[in-house]
Design a protein around this ligand. Structure first.
Ligand SMILES: [Zn+2]
Ligand SMILES: [Zn+2]
Length: 187
């Protein structure tokens, strides 16, 4: 899961974007937008890409582009709970600043820059009576890379949901299950 993202031709749908993130085994780093603390949720490799879909869609909208995302309704439960402050967080917003920056760079590299290149592609060297304009196509910047994700934090089992998360070892307060909100953690 730590290869670079890439875009492929997707036929009439335009560009098929492949985003890949670095993970800590089966754990993906998340962040609570309320308290700012990080935790990790467990997911299968198939789920990782669906977890990324809302954030990629959000980054795409940031550039004023409208895209449809495959399987948008397959992503994880709509809300998570912060294990530390207990805040209900829309799952699509429980991403770290790094993951969001990666999504934005990926959209820019794979969609926005090729659009600009295509828009100017036929221009080459253009002359009018007022301006002389030369467009140098150049090469695209390297694909952005996400991670690496260190294998930090402590694994916690939430028996209420039969799911695992990883939490900050220095956290001494009560813990809330990120999936259902119960305080039933075992370390
Ligand atoms: Zn929080
Ligand atoms: Zn639970």
């Amino acid at each position: 899961m730590d290869a670079n993202g890439e875009a492929e031709s997707g036929g009439e749908d335009g560009v098929r974007l492949v985003a890949s993130i670095s993970t800590d085994g089966s754990f993906m780093r998340r962040a609570c937008p309320a308290c700012g603390l990080h935790f990790k949720t467990e997911a299968s490799p198939e789920q990782f890409s669906s977890i990324l879909q809302p954030i990629v869609a959000r980054a795409t909208r940031d550039y004023g582009l409208s895209t449809s995302v495959d399987g948008e309704d397959e992503h994880e439960a709509a809300d998570l709970r912060c294990p530390y402050c207990g805040e209900v967080i829309p799952a699509a917003e429980a991403h770290t600043a790094e993951t969001y920056a990666y999504a934005r760079h990926l959209i820019y590299r794979e969609i926005v820059m090729p659009m600009i290149r295509n828009a100017f592609g036929g221009l080459g060297n253009t002359r009018s009576s007022f301006v002389s304009f030369t467009y140098h196509k150049g090469t695209l910047p390297p694909r952005p890379i996400h991670g690496p994700e260190p294998p930090d934090m402590l694994e916690a089992n939430f028996l209420c949901c039969g799911k695992k998360a990883k939490l900050l070892p220095q956290w001494l307060g009560t813990v809330t299950c990120p999936f259902c909100g119960s305080p039933t953690v075992t370390w």
